[in-house]
Design a protein around this ligand. Structure first.
Ligand code: H79
Length: 461
């Protein structure tokens, strides 16, 4: 009898709270989180009808384009050079381990076969091909994991009503009472398609709740039906990670924490004031190669390959993944600038990947000379700024005590150090927690370590 009462009480509590409030990730979800964190580097793809005007994915909002006129871009969506395998091969050679692609952005156009709306790549364009389907197949063949970006915002549907902060200039008629429920049902139908049509999905990456951020944080899950969506995803694929780029503290049911253009904790872009860095969830920082997400004809402001490598290293040093963006052209090709950077990152990772994949944030915080990552008995010192290495190449590093609470501090014992790139030994001495390294000339010559010279400091097990 007592057990019945307990069961019913628990069931009722779960219903009231929304199934994800007491969310316990499935074992395959916990395994997927570990895999995700070990991957460390993914490529973001922003692609859709907006590639054609070539002014980024916000063009509809920024130029107040009429929603029906914009939708006609679907009639000329014919990316004749689209080759999913070529994309995946270039991305894999660049050292990335997963791809996150926009299944549907704020403009509302779906890049995949969808019975929930004809405004999609298969039914609504002369191209008639399922972009996500082809990409999923290529990813499977190449062993690259696939994640789907999914926008909560829609600038074209009348049932996105009441509206949020954006999408007021698109000429849509006002919606009717009850439309919001219809819009939510639509999103759930599409999420179901995404999770049943393409095999295992690594993650669903939500974006857009900030459109209704005049409401407090606590109201967000209710407004958007987040817990329903999260429960649906986890029911269909328990190992699928849920992430939401809401710029807020994580909600129950989310499996990763996302930062937009911010190395976690830095709030450089200003999107994450007060967004604390979760110690529980894997972290991911998304960043652009130039200043645009969707293809932009005039944006030449590409960061150098070296700067991008250093950004990857800095995110890894915070224990975060880097999701680096590419906006393919309307013809389906990846811009040469992006390909060149991918190639350079791949070359660097081939030699130095050990200090990135499968690592954790280093135990030594950021220093003037650079940052650290660690794995097992190895601490990787990333020399990002040679100018800050003292003259003579003598670098002093303070190790944290093994057990900070212990009365007598004990420190890990250094076994040796070497340049990761070619194994050149690095002379080192240790006195308690202070390690002194004498860097060889190769480490200090600007020509060799261009982006980042990595020193592997090995400890006794
Ligand atoms: O998909 C890419 C962008 O299109 C999307 N997220 C990345 C991954 C993105 N949309 N907006 N933003 C990023 C920045 C958000 C700006 C905001 Fe605002 C400032 C949201 C709320 C305040 C702009 C101004 C929109 C509403 C007011």
């Amino acid at each position: 009898m007592k057990r019945w009462i307990l069961t019913i009480t628990l069931l009722l509590a779960a219903l009231v709270a929304g199934a994800q409030e007491g969310y316990v990730p499935a074992p395959e979800n916990l395994a997927a989180r570990e895999q995700f964190a070990a991957d460390r580097f993914g490529i973001f793809i922003h692609w859709g009808l907006y590639a054609q005007p070539g002014q980024g994915e916000w063009v509809m909002q920024q130029k107040n384009l009429d929603y029906q006129e914009y939708a006609r871009l679907a009639n000329s969506f014919y990316p004749s050079k689209f080759d999913a395998r070529a994309w995946v091969r270039a991305i894999k050679a660049g050292g990335a381990r997963y791809i996150t692609i926009t299944s549907r952005h704020h403009d509302g156009f779906s890049l995949f076969r969808s019975a929930a709306s004809p405004y999609n790549a298969v039914d609504g364009t002369p191209f008639g091909r399922d972009i996500l389907g082809e990409l999923a197949e290529a990813c499977r063949e190449e062993g690259i994991r696939l994640h789907f970006y999914y926008s909560h915002v829609d600038w074209g549907r009348t049932d996105y009503w009441p509206r949020g902060r954006t999408g007021h200039g698109t000429g849509r008629p006002d919606g009717k009472p009850g439309d919001w429920a219809r819009y939510q049902a639509f999103m759930k139908a599409q999420l179901t398609e995404l999770l049943t049509q393409y095999g295992p999905v690594g993650a669903i990456w939500f974006d857009g709740t900030w459109d209704k951020d005049d409401q407090p944080r606590e109201a967000q899950p209710g407004i958007w039906g987040l817990y329903d969506q999260y429960a649906l995803i986890h029911r269909l694929q328990p190992g699928c990670l849920v992430g939401n780029n809401h710029h807020l503290q994580p909600f129950p049911g989310e499996d990763i924490q996302i930062f937009e253009k911010d190395v976690p904790g830095e709030n450089e872009a200003g999107f994450s004031p007060g967004q604390y860095v979760s110690r529980r969830l894997p972290l991911e920082t998304c960043q652009t190669m130039n200043n645009s997400w969707g293809y932009n004809l005039t944006d030449r402001s590409y960061k150098s390959a070296d700067d991008l490598i250093r950004y990857l290293v800095r995110t890894a040093s915070k224990g975060a993944n880097l999701l680096l963006n590419i906006g393919p052209r309307p013809d389906g090709t990846l811009p040469e600038e992006a390909l060149a950077r991918l190639e350079a990152m791949g070359k660097w990772l081939e030699i130095n990947g050990e200090s990135i994949y499968g690592t954790q944030a280093g135990c030594i915080p950021e220093q003037p000379w650079g940052v650290t990552t660690q794995k097992g008995n190895v601490l990787y010192l990333h020399l990002l700024n040679l100018d800050a290495v003292p003259a003579g190449g003598i670098l002093t590093v303070e190790l944290p005590a093994v057990d900070p609470a212990a009365r007598r501090a004990r420190f890990p014992k250094v076994r040796g150090a070497a340049l990761l790139a070619d194994g050149t030994p690095v002379a080192c001495g240790q006195k308690k927690g202070t390690v002194t390294l004498t860097l060889p000339a190769a480490a200090l010559s600007a020509a060799v370590p261009s982006a980042d010279c990595v020193i592997a400091l090995r400890f006794q097990p």
